[in-house]
Design a protein around this ligand. Structure first.
Ligand code: 23J
Ligand code: MN
Length: 257
């Protein structure tokens, strides 16, 4: 039997499941808030054009607007200054082969429940590899924190000194991008970086190191608790926005039960 016929049958029988890792686009879903001297990310907006009425008797449709970085979204290398000259670094240029591929999940949910500023370190990655094997080249690496279960103000978790949420250290990002040569890094929080990521050297190390190395990002993911540590396939194609730095998208995983 061909691989795809086999896959089709296993999806029909439920042996292979589709897990949706996407939050619903909604005006109330939080967006990243930067220090006030910087430009800001727009929330999702939707206006009715017609709803089977005098504006269009047999059809309903909406005009929508948002940032490239609103809701569950993809970060391209050109998003960051370190990746500005990466070849094919905008969302419309990324090869289609990069948009479907293997994914591993590092479970940081226990630590993140104890510490809002929990750090993913090289030690945690190496302990994960001792249990699950070396992170394969060109795989997505997702950091599970269960942050996607938070609602309202707890999601950004803003304090006087800015947002507090878990994220990777600069050394962890160097290990993943430079030594493991991953495809990309994804999180359940509003950024690939920790809430306090501006205070590392370099500032926002996930963005700086990943995109400088031509790697991809995913943020505001959901349902990472439904994924195995290894063996799933991620489907994450951004919109084909010319010179786009990122894009809201539907993220799906194929998981073998
Ligand atoms: C702009 C500036 C800083 C950050 C971000 C955007 C994001 O997290 C993003 O959505 O890419 S940290
Ligand atoms: Mn982004």
């Amino acid at each position: 039997m061909s691989t795809l016929t086999d896959l089709t049958q296993r999806m029909a029988s439920g042996e292979v499941e589709i897990v949706d890792l996407t939050h619903t686009l909604d005006p109330d879903f939080p967006v990243i808030i930067l220090p006030p001297e910087f430009g800001q990310c727009a929330r999702f907006r939707m206006e009715e054009v017609s709803a089977y009425d005098h504006r269009g008797p047999a059809w309903k449709w909406h005009n929508i607007s948002m940032s490239e970085h609103t809701g569950t979204h993809f970060d391209a290398p050109v998003h960051w200054i370190s990746g500005r000259d990466v070849p094919n670094g905008a969302v419309d240029e990324i090869p289609a082969e990069k948009l479907v591929g293997p994914v591993v999940v590092i479970d940081c949910s226990e630590g993140s429940a104890q510490d809002d500023d929990f750090e993913l370190t090289p030690e945690i990655i190496e302990a994960w590899e001792a249990e699950h094997g070396r992170i394969p080249e060109d795989a997505w690496v997702l950091m599970r924190t269960d942050w996607s279960k938070r609602r309202g103000a707890d999601y950004l978790n803003m304090r006087e000194d800015g947002p507090h949420s878990p994220g990777p250290t600069p050394d962890a990002m160097r290990l993943l991008a430079e030594e493991r040569n991953i495809r990309g890094f994804g999180t359940e929080t509003v950024g690939t970086d920790a809430g306090q990521g501006a205070h590392y050297t370099p500032p926002y190390p996930a963005h700086f190191i990943l995109h400088g190395a031509g790697k991809l990002g995913l943020q505001c993911l959901a349902n990472l608790d439904q994924l195995p540590a290894t063996g799933a396939i991620l489907i994450a194609p951004p919109l084909k926005i010319r010179n786009g730095t990122g894009s809201p998208l539907r993220v799906l995983a194929l998981v073998e039960k």
